[in-house]
Design a protein around this ligand. Structure first.
Ligand SMILES: [Zn+2]
Ligand SMILES: [Zn+2]
Length: 176
């Protein structure tokens, strides 16, 4: 086992639960985004029959690329989570009970050891917004010359075809 600390065998979780605190390097999310500082996680595992409840907090800083201006920026992540590990083998039996439970995030595991590395990895990925903006009002790039408009206006003619401008023209035309 090269990463014994992050795959926790069920028999290592005592009835009163198991508290983990660990740090992970950027390898954990290497295929997603670079981490600017170590990922620090705190996880409390508690068995519930064949399921394992996990509660905790994950903190790190990721480097992202802005969707509008394409500049790199850093995003701080500090997420609390509550997840349930369920054995993969129980999947077909669960359909009904699953509906009756409150929506809880579920991670399936092999029934022997819970992948805590996968859990924290997922929390970081979920914490990154779908739309990645360096700032709320990022002006993006000029579609004509490609200049980053956050650094000031470019020399191009200003002709912004915003949907509001179009709406305004329509309203004027209709005599409103
Ligand atoms: Zn931006
Ligand atoms: Zn321009």
């Amino acid at each position: 086992m090269d990463k014994p600390a992050l795959r926790i065998p069920l028999e290592d979780i005592p009835p009163e639960g198991l508290k983990l605190e660990f740090e992970e390097g950027p390898e954990l999310l290497a295929d997603c985004f670079p981490l600017k500082r170590a990922l620090v996680a705190r996880v409390f595992l508690k068995k519930q029959g064949i399921d394992v409840k996990a509660k905790g907090r994950v903190r790190t800083t990721v480097e992202l690329t802005c969707d509008r201006c394409l500049e790199r920026f850093e995003l701080e992540i500090d997420e609390e989570f509550e997840v349930e590990f369920r054995p993969l083998a129980s999947l077909p039996l669960r359909e009904e009970t699953q509906l009756s439970r409150e929506d809880l995030e579920v991670i399936f595991y092999d029934g022997e050891a819970v992948p805590v590395d996968e859990l924290v990895r997922e929390q970081v990925i979920l914490a990154v917004p779908y739309k990645k903006l360096c700032r709320e009002d990022c002006r993006g790039l000029c579609p004509r010359c490609g200049k980053n408009l956050n650094q000031g206006p470019c020399g191009c003619e200003i002709r912004k075809e915003s949907p509001f401008a179009v709406l305004r023209t329509l309203l004027q035309k209709s005599g409103g």
